[in-house]
Design a protein. Sequence first.
Length: 395
Amino acid sequence: MTSFESIFKVASNASSGLPEKVFVFARQSELANLESLADTVTLVEIEPGKALPEELIEQAHIAVVEVDPGDRRSINRLDAMRALRPNLAVIAALPEVDLNITRLMLRKGIGDVVAMPFTVDDLFTAILEVERDLGDTLVEEDVVPAPVFAVQKCHGGAGATTIATHLGDALAREMGESCRACVIDLDLQSGDVSAYFDRQSRLTLNDLLDAGARLDDELMRSVATEATPACDIIAAPVDIQPIEEIELARLKEVVAQARRRYDVVIFDMPGSLTNWAMSVMLAADAVVLVGTSSIGALRQVKRKLRLLLEMDYHPSRVAIALNNAASGLFKKLDMRGIEEALGHSIDARITSDSQLLEQAQAQGVLARNIQRKSRFSADIDKLADQLLSMVEEGE
C-alpha cells in the first residue's frame, strides 16, 4: 500500500478504532468479504462504472472507491468526486496495483491504494493510515508554514548538494535579517550536506523519524546543526540504509515540524525517486532541477522534467539550474536551442569556480565567506530571488 497524501499535512496519533463516516463503494462480490465491518463502515453496492451518489459523497469522511482502470467511466467518476469534495480523503481499491495505475491515482489526488479482492486487515490498515494522516491539525493558527524547495540532482556530479547548501543561506538572507533556513538531507545513501560544512552531528534525520510522539520543537532543535548564522542543517543517517526505508507518515511529521520552526525549508533530494521522494517533490512549493550543459546531462534533465509534468506538477513551479559552467562558457552555448529542446526556460546558470568551492569546503564554510563577491555567489543569490518570486506569484 502506497501513500501519496500531501507530505506537508500534520498527522496525529491513529485512533484505536475505525473513524466514523467511512463509505466503501464497490460491487457486491467485493463487499461480501467485508461483512464483519458492516457495523463500523457503510458498505455501498455499486458497479465501478456507475456514478457515485452525491448525497453519500457529501457525508463521507473517508471514501474507499473501487476503480476499474479499463473503464473510462470508472476513472471519470474520480474527477467528479474531486470536483464535489476536493479535500475528501480517498482510498482507491484496484484489482492490480502497478506503476502506471499508481501514477494515475497520484494525478487524481488519491491518498492511498489497496489491492482487491478486499481483506478486512488490509482495508482496516488503509483506513487507519489515512485517518492518522488527516488527524486533528496541530499547526498553530497564527503560524504560516514555511515555503519548501526541493533540489533534485538529475545526474551524478551535477553539484546539487553544493547548490542546496548555498541556496539555504541565500534564501534566508533574501527573506530578511531575522529569517532562518533549514537544509534537510534526504539522500539516505550518499548524503553529504553535513560533510560540506564539516559538521559531525551525533543526531541525524533518523532520530527525528524514530521519535514518534516525542517529536517536538526541542528535539528538532537538538538534531539541527548550525551551518551558518542564517541556516541550520539536518544530516542524513550516518549508516547507509535502504532507499525505501523512510516511512512517509513519519516524514510528514518531521516536515511539518520544520515548517513551523523555520522560515524556509530546503530538501537535498536523493537521486532515486522512490514513492516517498516523489511525494516530497510534488508537494514542494518549487522544484530545482540541477544539471549541466552536456548532451547527456540535458537528456536527464528533460526526463526529470517530463516526469514532473506527467504528475501534473505545474511547469511554472519548476526551475532548471545548469551548474558547473566555466566563466564565459554560457555565452558560447545556444541557450535558446537548449530551452527549445527542453521545452522549458533555463532559470539559472551557475558559474563554476572550482578553486573557490574547494577552498570553502575545506574550511566548512560557504563560498561567500571566502570571497565576498564572486560569480558563483551572485548566481546563487539570483536563483534564490527567483524562487521566492515563484512562490509569491503562486499564492
